[in-house]
Write a protein that binds this ligand. Structure first.
Ligand code: C2E
Ligand code: CA
Ligand code: CA
Length: 798
């Protein structure tokens, strides 16, 4: 038990308290017992003194009675009256012997000693005798003590009357062993009768003490420098005594005394017993107190330790431990509160984990969780890898096409619901035991295919793409969603999660670019993207080095063959790679945003051309292609207006061609830009019409003037009845919406006539002219001759 612990401190405090209380009470009780015992002893000695005096008195009374018997004896009185000395002496002798008197004496009426059983009467004794004789006058008898030959005596005197006093009988008895024994029987005191002679020598006449004690007593009295006080303590042969000295009588420097002694140890004995019991009780109390305090301390400290331990467990993230404190007190309440807290923390952690590792919208794992699962799968795959196929681990990364537009047009709630549907579809395609679907963010999903081969991964990708080909229905709306899917996996492409994810992403972007479903990662894709990077810097310098060329392709009225406009098309004359067509760099310029620079260049060149042509009397409408990025450019209208002013060209001389997909990339902003341009007075045309997904309802709201049927429908319409039908209905549709309809890709006269027969307004194509350098246009215009009008074959029109 460490001293710093609560338990030891509580125990120590209790212990010290108990000890102090017990010791103090022990000392106090002991002092009380001592004082009590002393008082009791003092009391006993005082009572002893009174008893002793009473004993002496009783003795005297008995002796007086005996003396009276003699004094009343007729013969004796006769002998005194007749002064018969012999008879007197015989009577004194006989009577004295009968009652054991040491001395018998007759004092005559003249106060002289008539007869005595002793020859020698000391002057002191004589004085006492006469004193007693005088006292009998008053009381009819008297008594006193005297010392004769160093021995104490009790003397009584009675008058002899006949009837007048004719003398006094005196009798003396020794104060000796008998008295001491009587006294001892009456009290618990030790009694010693002592005398001291003229030289100060102490002698014991009688004593109830044992011989060695008595010797020690006499020795001590002898050694005392002066006469002892009435009360004193003394130690005899190892035992303590309290003593009281009573004087019995004095005779010429001789003193007789009685010493009453009480053994202190004997008196205290019962108390000592009590004290022993008290000591045992104290010890017992301390032991019980110690046990109790340790127990109490344990009862307090143990649950606290349990709480501390479980707090430690909580700290390490273990929420399983239960605190088992079955108590109704504060500690029990603390334990319950702790349990409560633990549950709360556990719940919150689960929630935090869920938020951190699960996508709250689709309830699929998020990127972090996916990486964790992927890491584990890769570890398993690497440890169990035997090099055979079917043991790999593949990441399929998928990004929805046009999701952003759907989200913008239909609203975020719709977008969210759509993502949930996609999540559901993906989950339905996989075998839950071996594959995991996760939402990485936005419209990006990933699937982990474990314990599989590359072919299986490909099959799953195909299955997923196929499942997405079925349009999704939501709120009575049908949404067509495509997706690009990239595949990368272990062991073919990498062995760690981050690498596989980034490679799958590269493959996914390639898939989106090629718009052909799923692409397995190939280092060549990276090479291509590296090439793209160098292309960007080349594009930038192409402007400075003036490597772009403006090509134009005329637009004509199909009915009359009159040239009414031209489309600006850009070319790149690369110093090394040579002549590059726009299909090979426009998509890249769009991706990188360089297109804005390029568009500006084309607009400027077109404005310049337009001005030059008008100067020559050719009033042609110039069509310029805009891309998504241009539509998103907030500054486009300002830039355009600036160009118009600088080259003194009216906005009506321009037509801006925008593809459906460019509009649908961000319909809200596109619409804004288109409205601004339209307000300026520029014509707007929907390019490549028929290839996109835009709904007619949506197109109707756009401020467009022209509809340009995509060349894919026109090129073969001469031979393909389906295409022909599409073109025909598109023309009708455009007209119904009040739009001018233009056909591109007219490669033959027959198609011209077909279109013209269908009522198509304008046309453009290799049949009239391939795109040509802008400076060649004037020459071409001069030599242009429209074909002769002829009726188209009716079966082709239908
Ligand atoms: P587009 O806007 O649809 O342009 C028409 C394309 O069809 C041009 O290809 C043109 O040469 C081609 N074409 C015209 N008549 C015929 C025909 O009878 N038969 C065939 N087979 N093709 C015909 P080009 O010039 O290679 O341009 C390709 C695409 O590049 C354009 O398609 C346009 O989307 C983009 N583009 C070209 N120049 C620019 C530009 O300055 N800015 C932007 N944003 N895009 C441009
Ligand atoms: Ca165009
Ligand atoms: Ca086109």
């Amino acid at each position: 038990m460490r001293f710093r612990s609560l338990e030891s401190r509580i125990a120590t405090v209790f212990l010290v308290l108990i000890l102090v209380i017990q010791v103090v009470s022990f000392i106090a009780i002991r002092a009380g017992i001592d004082a009590n015992a002393r008082a009791a002893i003092g009391n006993e000695l005082a009572i002893g003194e009174r008893v002793f005096r009473k004993l002496l008195e009783q003795n005297a009374e008995k002796l007086t009675q005996s003396a009276r018997l003699l004094a009343a004896d007729y013969g004796f009185r006769q002998a005194i009256s007749t002064d018969d000395r012999e008879t007197i002496e015989t009577a004194l002798d006989n009577h004295g012997q009968r009652i054991n008197a040491s001395l018998t004496m007759l004092v005559s009426s003249d106060r002289s000693i008539k007869a005595a059983t002793t020859k020698h009467v000391s002057p002191a004794l004589l004085k006492l005798v006469l004193q007693l004789v005088d006292q009998t006058e008053e009381n009819g008898g008297a008594s006193g003590t005297a010392i004769v030959d160093n021995l104490p005596y009790q003397i009584v005197a009675v008058p002899v009357k006949a009837p007048i006093t004719i003398g006094w009988v005196l009798m003396a008895f020794p104060i000796d062993d008998k008295l001491a024994v009587d006294m001892r029987e009456l009290s618990s005191l030790q009694v010693s009768i002592l005398t001291r002679n003229e030289e100060g020598r102490w002698r014991s006449i009688a004593s109830t003490l044992l011989a060695p004690e008595l010797a020690s007593l006499l020795g001590q009295l002898q050694a005392a420098p002066s006469a002892p006080p009435v009360s004193f303590d003394l130690n005899m042969a190892g035992s303590e005594f309290s003593a009281r000295l009573l004087p019995l009588g004095k005779d010429a420097g001789q003193i007789a005394s009685v010493l009453l002694q009480r053994s202190i140890s004997e008196a205290i004995g019962p108390y000592r017993q009590l004290q022993l019991i008290l000591l045992i009780l104290t010890g017992l109390g301390i032991a019980l107190g110690v046990a109790g305090s340790i127990l109490t301390a344990k009862r307090i400290a143990q649950p606290l330790r349990a709480l501390a331990e479980s707090a430690k467990q909580l700290g390490t993230g273990n929420y399983q431990g239960r605190i088992d404190i079955q108590r109704d007190d504060e500690i029990g309440a603390l334990g319950k509160a702790f349990d409560h807290m633990q549950d709360g923390i556990a719940k919150r952690e689960i929630e935090i984990r869920r938020l951190a590792y699960w996508d709250s919208l689709t309830n699929l794992p998020n990127r972090a969780q996916f990486v964790t699962v992927l890491d584990e799968a890769l570890m398993q795959a690497q440890t169990h890898s035997t090099g055979q196929t079917g043991q790999g681990c593949y990441v399929l990364m998928m990004d929805l096409d046009r999701f952003k537009h759907v989200n913008d047009v239909m609203g975020h709630d719709f977008g969210d619901a759509l993502l949930c549907q996609v999540a559901l579809r993906l989950t339905q395609q996989i075998d839950a035991g071996r594959a995991t679907v996760a939402r990485l963010g936005g419209d990006e999903f990933a699937i982990l295919l474990d314990r599989a081969g590359l072919d299986e991964a490909r099959q799953l990708a195909a299955k997923i793409i196929q499942s997405l080909e079925i349009p999704l229905s939501l709120d009575d709306q049908t949404v067509d969603l495509g997706a690009g899917l990239g595949i990368a996996g272990f062991p073919e492409h990498g062995n760690d999660a981050e690498t596989l994810l980034s490679l799958a992403e590269v493959a996914m972007y390639a898939a989106k670019q090629r718009s052909n479903g799923a692409v397995v990662y190939d280092p060549l894709i990276d090479t291509a993207s590296k090439q793209s990077l160098s292309m960007l810097s080349e594009l930038r310098s192409a402007i400075d080095r003036n490597e772009f060329r403006l090509y134009v392709q005329p637009k004509l009225m199909l009915g009359t063959g009159k040239v009414v406009g031209l489309e600006s098309l850009v070319r790149w004359e690369h110093p090394v790679k040579g002549f590059i067509f726009p299909d090979n760099f426009i998509p890249f310029a769009e991706q990188t945003g360089f297109i804005r620079v390029l568009t500006r260049w084309v607009l400027e060149q077109s404005a310049m051309l337009c001005r030059d042509l008008s100067a020559l009397g050719h009033h042609l409408k110039v069509s310029v292609n805009l891309s998504t990025r241009d539509l998103l450019d907030q500054d486009l209208t300002n830039k355009f207006a600036d160009i118009l002013t600088r080259y003194q060209v009216g906005p009506a001389s321009f037509c801006l061609e925008i593809t459906e997909s460019a509009i649908m990339d961000d319909p809200v902003r596109a619409q804004l830009t288109l409205e601004k341009l339209h307000t300026m007075g520029v014509d707007l045309s929907i390019d490549d019409f028929g290839t996109g997904y835009s709904s007619l309802a949506y197109l109707k709201r756009l401020p467009v003037d022209e509809l340009k049927i995509d060349k894919s429908f026109v090129l073969n319409m001469e031979l393909d009845a389906e295409d022909s039908k599409i073109v025909r209905s598109t023309i009708d549709l455009g007209h119904n919406m009040g739009l001018r309809v233009v056909a591109e890709g007219i490669e033959s006269e027959a198609v011209w006539h077909l279109l013209s027969g269908m009522g198509c307004d304008q046309g453009q194509g290799y049949f009239m002219s391939r795109p040509m350098p802008a400076d060649k246009l004037v020459g071409w215009l001069a030599q242009w001759q429209a074909p002769q009008h002829r009726d188209a074959a009716p079966e082709l029109i239908r």
